[in-house]
Each structure stands twice: as structure tokens, then as C-alpha cells.
Ligand binder design. Structure first.
Ligand SMILES: Cc1cc2nc3c(=O)[nH]c(=O)nc-3n(C[C@H](O)[C@H](O)[C@H](O)COP(=O)(O)OP(=O)(O)OC[C@H]3O[C@@H](n4cnc5c(N)ncnc54)[C@H](O)[C@@H]3O)c2cc1C
Length: 493
């Protein structure tokens, strides 16, 4: 006898979107969240709430943000982010590995899904602070990322939780799913540990939306490789790969980039897991306007290869590969005003100096002589005849260096100079489960497993090597809605 029509495992964005869609199909739904209410919401709560979505101009933005003021419209160039642009970004950053079916769903359903969320009570605003710089009195958005949820990640989870409650969805906190319950070849429920007690919950369909394995040191080392045990976890400590493990245990098919993950430059002395009081502010994402050096005093990556959105998710791995797993970001006063707000927090490893030599002596762990030489060589290599413009890929580059900087290269010569220490922060893992276009998990013969659906980080096949910023939440929403709707209809049918 089923207690519920649909059991959703997880309490983040993908889970709530699945729960809301299942309810729409007439199902009685429960959400199981391993964390306490205070720590609930998974990685979704840690985000800025930035969501990548297709739009064809300001009218589409107005649909998502109905209270956009005339003044905002007059002073902003929103541009467009067409389906073709989203496809191009996904194809390019994943080196053409993204699953064509899943990518098509992600791209073509993004706008419709955010509108659906808006109708459920989720509110959005343009990301003026981070994704648009004001030039000659007008904001211009760049990088295809224009919308964020009101109140960032915490706001998103609070609005989703309120929508769930309004729709009669039960949310059980401190309730960890430990295994799937089978009847023949069909999933008919989950084993749970609730407040320390073991029991079973029966349901006609189960949606797994309980994250990747980024918070599991052993799995990170096993699948991402040696050294990944040393990375900091940017978000929830609850995403330990349990949903993937449960599904594989009943014969589900693994899929995607199991050795790949999203990882960024992250405050060197940040704690082992994310801290909700700081959120995503440990990240240090203004490096396209700076340079980064490692312990040898040398640059090791093209900081200006592309807009921040298209490089930040792969540069964490590059930092992890440096000696001692750290780097210093170096700024001077010419670009100081371009630093994102995360450079102003108290929990930061920062040094300031009046000269390059003085700075060199303050950069812990760095070969000072080599650093001073590196800056001199770098300054000489900057093509100063090309105009600097942070809103476009300006082509203001260096020439003749072992590793050139392709855009936004500026000499470092206006003191005081600043250095910020970063290490690798892992965000989420890319490998996971194989699903159908209806969000159903398939077995090793690629046949759908009756009663089992999946959404969010634990779906494999979408991201490989890299990731266009703001796509994780959109993916969770699109596939959460699909999986929840399918699970709800199957349970009611
Ligand atoms: C610091 C940071 C900033 C980010 N910024 C952005 C951004 O601005 N835009 C963007 O698109 N993406 C961003 N991301 C990525 C984004 O957070 C994820 O892609 C997205 O939130 C994943 O949603 P999800 O619902 O799949 O997982 P989550 O939101 O992580 O939810 C998983 C849930 O499952 C629960 N759980 C785990 N195991 C169990 C179990 N056994 N039983 C029951 N519950 C369980 C967890 O407690 C959690 O509630 C960011 C991530 C981090 C860490």
C-alpha cells in the first residue's frame, strides 16, 4: 500500500521543481530532505540564484520580470540570448560532448520553465551587479546570463518551499533516503533514516534529486582522481552521491563525465564545506581583469581566454594542479573598481603593498624573485594600442609570453597592489545517471526502470569538462519539472 504517489528525494531546486510538477499532475507528493530545515536546500541555497535562460529581447525579460521599471529598460542593453547562442555555448564549453537530446531539452525548455516557476511564485530580477558593467550611462549585459532569483539562492529555496507548502506538498527534514525498495523490477518506495530511526516509505514513483558526489572525499578521489580529496567543497555537505549509489545498486546505467566536475578559484582558507553565512562569496571571480601566479612566481593559465562565465568552472582544476594547490590573484588600482563584491568580505586572505617588490615578499609560498621578473615581463608584453573594454572580448592581449593573456590585459603598475590567495573549490560533479527524455532512469539495457526518475546534479551526460555559468539551476528546473511531471502522471495513471 503506497503512502504517497510520488516520493522526491532531495530538497534543492531540482527536487522542488519535480515536486511542484508532480502535484500539478494530481499526485500526492512528499519531499525527503536529509538536512535539517536550517541547512536544507542543498547547493541551490548556496548559489547567487543566477539562471541561464533563452530570451529574444527585452520583452521576454519583461515576461520573467514583470515589475521591470521604465528607467531600467531605458538604461539597459539586455541584448538577446537566443536558442542558437545557448546551443553554441553548451557545445563549445563541453567540447561537443553534451548529449544532444538532453541539451535540446535544456535549451528549448529554459524560458518556458522559468515562466512556469514564476507562475508558482518564484520571482526574478536582472543581475545588474555581476553580469553588466555600466559604460557611458548604459548597462550592457554580457555572457548570456541576465536573470537571478530574488534573494539569490536562499531566496530561491525559500520561495520554492513556500510554493510547495501552498500546493500541499509535505516536506520531511532530517530524513535521509538510504536505498530504493523494489517489487520485482519496479521501484515502489525508499528506505529512510528519519531522526535516527529506520523505516520504509512506499510510493508509486520515486524522483531522485539529491545531488552529485562532490561532498564525498572518497568518491571524489576515486572518480575525479588523485588530489581531489584536497579540494574544498563550495556548497552542501549532504551531496555525497547517495542517489547515484542507490540507483546503480538496482542496475541503473551510469552516464556522462564521471571524471569531470565544476570547480572554481576559492578562498584559500575557506572551511571544508560551504558556510551559509558566506554563501558563494568565497569565490574570487574577477581574475579575467587580473593575473594569477603559482608558487613558482609564474602565470600558469590564460586568465582572459573568455568571459568569466566560460572559464571559471574549469579553472578550479587548473589551480588544484599547481604546486601546493594554490594561486595568488594580482590586481592594481586600474582594475580595482571591476572587482566583484566578493572581494570585500572579511573572511579573505589578502595582502596589499606599495611596490611590486614589497608585494612579492608578502605573497606566502611564492618565489619572490621570480614573481618580480614575471610582472616585468608581463607588463612589457601588454598590447597597449588596443582599447580596454570589460564588456566585450576586447582582444587587448599580451604577445610573446609562454602563456599569453588573450583579453583584458593591463599593465600592473598603479599601486597599491593587491594579492588574493585562492585554492580549488569543487561545486558539483558531472557524472551521474542516464535518463530518457521523460526523465526516467534507464537500466544497463537502456530500458526505463519502472517507477524511477531523476533530475538535477545527479543526471549525467549534460556537462563535460566545463560549464556555462548559471546552467546548473536551469538544468535542475527543466529536468525537475520533466521528471516530476512524468512521475506524477505515471503514478496517477
Ligand atoms: C557556492 C555555489 C554557487 C553556485 N552558484 C550557482 C548559480 O549562481 N547558478 C547556477 O545555476 N548554479 C550555481 N551553482 C550550482 C547549483 O547549485 C547546482 O547546479 C544546483 O543547485 C543543483 O540543484 P540540485 O537540486 O540538483 O541539487 P541541490 O540543490 O544540491 O539539492 C540536493 C539535495 O539533496 C539532499 N540530499 C542529499 N542526499 C540525500 C539523501 N540521501 N536523502 C535525502 N536528501 C538528500 C541535500 O541535502 C540537498 O537538499 C552553485 C553552486 C555552489 C556550491
Amino acid at each position: 500500500m503506497a503512502n504517497y504517489d510520488v516520493i522526491v528525494v532531495g530538497g534543492g531546486n531540482a527536487a522542488f521543481c519535480a515536486a511542484l510538477a508532480a502535484t500539478e499532475a494530481g499526485a500526492k507528493v512528499v519531499v525527503l530532505e536529509a538536512a535539517s530545515e536550517d541547512e536544507s536546500g542543498g547547493n541551490s541555497r548556496f548559489t547567487a540564484g543566477a539562471m541561464r535562460v533563452v530570451y529574444n529581447g527585452v520583452d521576454d525579460i519583461k515576461t520573467l520580470v514583470p515589475d521591470l521599471s521604465q528607467q531600467e529598460i531605458d538604461t539597459t542593453d539586455f541584448g538577446t540570448y537566443t536558442q542558437d547562442q545557448f546551443y553554441d555555448d553548451m557545445a563549445r564549453v563541453t567540447q561537443y560532448r553534451t548529449d544532444p537530446n538532453l541539451c535540446e531539452l535544456l535549451v528549448t525548455r529554459s524560458f518556458d520553465t522559468l515562466n512556469w516557476m514564476r507562475q508558482k511564485g518564484i520571482r526574478f530580477v536582472p543581475i545588474y551587479g555581476r553580469q553588466a558593467f555600466k559604460i557611458e550611462g548604459k548597462f550592457k549585459f554580457w555572457g548570456g546570463l541576465t536573470i537571478e532569483s530574488v534573494g539569490g539562492g536562499p531566496g530561491l529555496v525559500d520561495m520554492l518551499t513556500a510554493a510547495a507548502k501552498k500546493n500541499g506538498i509535505e516536506v520531511r527534514y532530517e530524513t535521509r533516503a538510504t536505498d530504493l525498495v523494489m517489487d520485482g523490477g519496479r521501484v515502489v518506495g525508499v528506505k529512510i533514516r528519519e531522526n535516527g530511526k529506520l523505516s520504509e516509505l512506499m510510493g508509486k514513483s520515486v524522483v531522485l534529486a539529491c545531488g552529485g558526489f562532490e561532498a564525498n572525499t572518497e568518491w571524489r578521489t576515486r572518480y575525479l582522481g588523485p588530489g581531489w580529496d584536497l579540494a574544498k567543497v563550495r556548497g552542501s555537505r549532504f551531496n555525497t552521491g547517495e542517489g547515484i549509489r542507490m540507483a546503480l545498486a538496482i542496475g541503473a546505467s551510469p552516464y556522462g563525465n564521471w571524471s569531470g566536475c565544476h570547480a572554481v578559484g576559492w578562498e584559500m582558507n575557506a572551511p571544508e564545506f560551504g558556510d551559509l553565512a558566506v554563501g558563494d562569496q568565497f569565490q574570487k571571480h574577477s581574475y579575467p581583469f587580473a593575473i594569477m601566479v603559482n608558487a613558482t612566481g609564474k602565470r600558469f593559465v590564460d586568465e582572459g581566454a573568455d568571459f568569466r562565465n566560460y572559464t571559471y568552472a574549469k579553472y578550479g582544476r587548473v589551480i588544484l594542479e599547481q604546486p601546493g594547490q594554490f594561486a595568488w590573484q594580482i590586481f592594481d588600482q586600474k582594475v580595482k573598481h571591476l572587482q566583484r563584491d566578493e572581494y570585500n568580505i572579511r573572511q579573505i586572505t589578502k595582502v596589499t603593498a606599495g611596490t611590486i617588490e614589497e608585494l612579492a615578499a608578502k605573497l606566502d609560498g611564492v618565489n619572490a624573485d621570480a614573481f618580480v621578473k614575471e610582472i616585468a615581463a608581463y607588463n612589457k608584453a601588454v598590447k597597449q594600442d588596443i582599447a580596454f573594454n570589460p564588456n566585450i572580448k576586447d582582444g587587448r592581449k599580451t604577445e610573446g609570453l609562454a602563456i599569453n593573456k588573450s583579453n583584458w590585459a593591463n599593465t600592473i603598475d598603479k599601486p597599491p597592489y593587491e594579492g588574493y590567495a585562492v585554492t580549488c573549490g569543487v561545486t558539483f560533479t558531472f557524472g551521474g545517471l542516464r535518463i530518457t527524455n521523460e526523465g526516467q532512469v534507464v537500466n544497463l539495457d537502456y530500458n526505463p526502470i519502472p517507477g524511477l526518475y531523476a533530475a538535477g546534479e545527479l543526471v549525467g551526460g549534460i556537462f563535460y569538462f566545463n560549464y556555462p555559468g548559471g546552467t546548473g539551476l536551469t538544468s535542475g528546473s527543466v529536468f525537475g519539472r520533466i521528471a516530476g511531471g512524468s512521475a506524477g502522471r505515471a503514478a496517477r495513471g
